[in-house]
Each structure stands twice: as C-alpha cells, then as structure tokens.
Design a protein around this ligand. Structure first.
Ligand code: UD1
Length: 445
C-alpha cells in the first residue's frame, strides 16, 4: 500500500518513493553542503532551556528536523520559520526561531520518541528547567540495541531520581534543582554528552564530565549554550566543565556544516571519479575520513570556502579502517566507505566498533556484485572491477546513501527503495548529484 506524508513546506512525498540511478557518469561541479543534522537536533532541543527566542541559522530541511519540530511543539515551543532561501549555500537550509515561554508538557510520548531516538534528549532540558520529565524509552533500532544507561547514570549523578515505569523514564530533580557533580562516562556517547551539558548548565554548582564525546557537534552545542549565557569550557576535549547558571537567555547561532554529508559526497567522487568542490564545509571536521579517502587515491585540497575532491583516471586503492569516536573514523561514514572499497584494486577490512549491527548494507551491496564477507564486527571486502545495477533496499540512513554511491559507479540501473531513510538526513540529494552530471531521479509509484 502506498502511504504518504507531508514534508513541511514542500510537496507530498510518497513513502514508497524510490531512487533510480543510472551509473557510470563521473561527478563534476559544485555541491553545497548543508547544516549538520546531528548538530541541528541538539541545538533545537536546547531551545527548551530558555523562555527567550533561540534563533538557529542554516538548519537543514530534513525529515528528522520536521519530526523534532513536532516534538518540540508538543512541549510548548513556538516555531517560526524564515522561509528565505540562503544564498550562501544556495540551498533550502533555513533560519528558524524557537521560543518556549513556558513548558506546556513534560511528557515525551512513545509515539513521538520511537520515531527518532534523538528526541529522547529532551529529558535533559525538561529536567533542568521544570524539575521533572517523563520520557518514553526510545526502544530498539535497526543499527543495534542503543541503550540509555549512560543518560540515566549521568542524570542520577546530577541528583535526579530516575525510575522506569511502563516503558517510560520518570526523572525528578531534587528540591532546588539539579546539583553540579563530577561524572566520568564509562563509554563515549554523543547524545549523553549533549544531555549532560544541557542539564548541568542549569544545575547549582560546577559539573565536570569525564570521557566526554569530542565530536564537532558537541562543540557546536557548547558554543550555542555559551551564547545563551552558559559557562562551559573544554568542549572538544575529553573533559568538559560546566559552571551552572540560574537561567539562560536567547541567542542567535549558525549550525555548523554537515561533516557526514561532506564525507559522503567526497566518497561519491572518489568512487565515481570526477572533480567536485564541496562548498561551505570545513576539512577540520573530518580529517581522519579525508585522509582515508586520500589514501584510497583521491586528491583532496582546501578551497576558499570548502574542499575540492578529484579522482581522474587512477584506480581505487584498498584501505583498512576501524570506526571510532571523534577524531577517529566516524561510524556514520562506514557504509559509504565500504561502498568505495567494493571497487578497490585489492582486499580491505572494515571494523565497526560503535554499533553492533551496522552491516545491513553488506547484503544489499552484494546484490550489485560486491564481494564482502563478515566475521564478527569486521567486514572483508575484495574489490571487484565492475558493479552491476540492481534493485536494492535502504535499511537505515547512512546505509541507504552507500547504495546510492555504489549505484553511481555501477553499470546500468540501480533502484533504491525505502528512500524515506535518505530523506531523514540528506537534503536534496538527487538535485545535488544531478547538478554534477549524475543520472539520479526520484520515482513515485
Ligand atoms: C549520535 C549520532 C549518530 C552517530 C552516533 C555515533 C545524532 C543525532 N546521532 O548518536 O548519527 O552514529 O552518535 O557517532 O547525533 N550507548 C550506550 N548507552 C547509552 C548511550 C549510548 O551503551 O546510554 C552506546 C551506543 O549503543 C553506541 C555508543 O554508545 O554503541 C555510541 O552511541 P552514541 O554516541 O550515544 O550515539 P547517539 O548519540 O545515539
């Protein structure tokens, strides 16, 4: 059955949409890089911390952002979109104003949280500002079990009482509010680091977080919180110090460029060949990934406003990678790099250390002719000379784009179904690729 859903401000999109790719063309031109989805989501959630307006520029136009808009609306956030297209990125990224005068509801229900795991993060601001939150457990997910124990332990360290009841976490702050603490995460978590920073910003006293995530999105959130009046130092290192303040104000903040989108298109060029400038992005956001792509044979140089990726002629060399928290090779680029390695001139190995079930693209890449075998958390990829187009199915956000990249370098037609995964995280993918000479179109039945 065909179901459909409205993508805010845009056309109706069919849940049964597919993407059709005719492979074989190199990519040449300019691809504007959007604002980072993984930065925009926590920044939007930070609007719950203040009764003033938080204005975010360069917010990507994505299904996940629209979903979070719905969730924040439920908590009482008033949202005003500035529809003007930003010339700088030549994209649809928008400026959005978020105002949460009062928290309307401290409950985040299952039907909303289950659609997007990051919405669980509202627990931090709700608890810090209102002293209580009832948030549904996010449940399982296609790429692994993804527990929430680190959030629970971290917030407990701030003095909160955390009880699980009927699939929900009931979190309650002590009388007088959360209390600054020293807490070291037993494992690096991006989301739990975001939540601790937000909650501790309104706690009494100083909080020191050890083994914090160092991802650029954590730094972006800290910068925005500081612009709102928080006192956070050390973001981007393993130790983050937060001096609690009594209230936060509004601010204006620009979402940083999407390093995963940047790496994805860099790998697309490395695989399909060509010469593309990725505009509006920064090499320092993904040095490890760029260095890996260079070792595979592409040339990457800085430009005035981004980076240029070139691979003309030379083949693709095999390179081994292990995913790791930042500054290591990002798990969110693992599937795309595997696509690239399927056409390398030798054998490569990819080890996934962040999520236990993030190899679902392997079976789909095999449908295109890739030779991949799995042993535990490591994939062995024997490069082949040719991939051949085939119908394939997107299984999660990053896996789905790996199939698109592979399709660009495959002979004939690749049809990717379940593309709603792509719409969660890639802004105007078909348009960006088509402008560079690829044959990619969305097909609605
Ligand atoms: C974020 C990103 C996601 C990326 C991931 C790792 C967003 C919206 N999503 O997800 O794209 O793939 O970082 O870079 O920014 N864990 C626990 N207990 C917890 C929390 C996490 O064991 O309480 C585990 C996870 O199962 C995983 C690891 O920690 O194995 C890292 O996950 P985490 O960094 O928390 O990922 P997210 O923040 O959900």
């Amino acid at each position: 059955m065909v179901t459909r859903e409205r993508r805010a401000g845009a056309r109706w999109v069919y849940y049964m949409d597919r993407i059709r790719i005719i492979g074989g063309n190199p990519l040449n031109g300019v691809i504007p890089i959007s604002g980072a989805k993984n930065a925009a989501l926590p920044l939007m959630i930070a609007s719950l911390l203040t009764s003033d307006t938080l204005t975010l520029e360069n917010v990507p136009h994505l299904a996940d952002v629209e979903q979070l808009v719905r969730i924040l609306g439920n908590h009482g956030v008033d949202i005003a979109v500035n529809g003007r297209r930003e010339r700088q990125t030549d994209g649809y990224s928008r400026t959005i104003h978020f105002t949460c005068r009062t928290i309307a509801d401290t409950t985040a229900p299952y039907d909303l949280v289950s659609k997007m795991r990051a919405s669980f993060w509202v627990i931090g601001p709700l608890l810090a500002r209102e002293g209580k939150a009832r948030v549904s457990l996010p449940g399982g997910c296609a790429i692994g079990t993804r527990p929430v124990d680190l959030f629970i332990e971290g917030l407990q360290a701030l003095g909160a009482t955390m009880e699980i009841d009927g699939g929900y976490i009931n979190a309650t702050a002590p009388k007088g509010g959360l209390i600054g603490t020293r807490y070291t995460f037993p494992k690096v978590s991006v989301g739990a680091s975001h939540v601790m920073m937000m909650a501790a910003s309104l706690a009494r006293g100083t909080t020191v977080i050890g083994n914090a995530a160092r991802e650029p999105e954590v730094v972006d959130l800290a910068n925005c919180l500081n612009a709102m009046g928080a006192k956070i130092t050390g973001a981007g290192t393993q130790t983050i110090t937060i001096e609690g303040v009594t209230s936060l104000s509004g601010a204006r903040h620009r979402v940083l460029p999407d390093r995963i989108e940047t790496g994805t298109y860099a790998m697309a060029v490395a695989m399909a060949g060509g010469d593309v400038v990725l505009e509006g992005t920064r090499a320092d956001l993904l040095e490890t990934a760029l260095e890996t792509i260079r070792r595979s044979g592409a040339e990457i140089t800085d430009t005035a406003d981004g980076i240029r990726v070139v691979r003309n002629g030379g083949g693709i060399k095999p390179v081994d990678i292990v995913t790791d928290p930042f500054p290591g090779f990002p798990t969110d680029l693992q599937a795309q790099f595997m696509a690239l390695m399927t056409k390398s001139s030798g054998v490569s190995h990819i080890t996934e250390t962040i999520f236990e079930n993030r190899f679902m693209h392997v079976q789909e890449l095999a449908r295109l002719g890739a030779k991949i075998s799995l042993s535990g958390q490591t994939a062995k990829i024997e490069g082949v000379q040719r991939l051949r187009g085939a119908p394939v199915m997107a299984t999660d956000l990053r896996a789905s784009v790996s199939l698109v990249i592979a399709g660009l370098a495959a002979e004939g037609e690749t049809m990717v179904s379940r593309v709603y995964h792509l719409d969660r995280g890639f802004e105007r993918l078909e348009e960006k690729l088509t402008r560079c000479g690829a044959i990619v179109e969305r097909v609605s039945d």
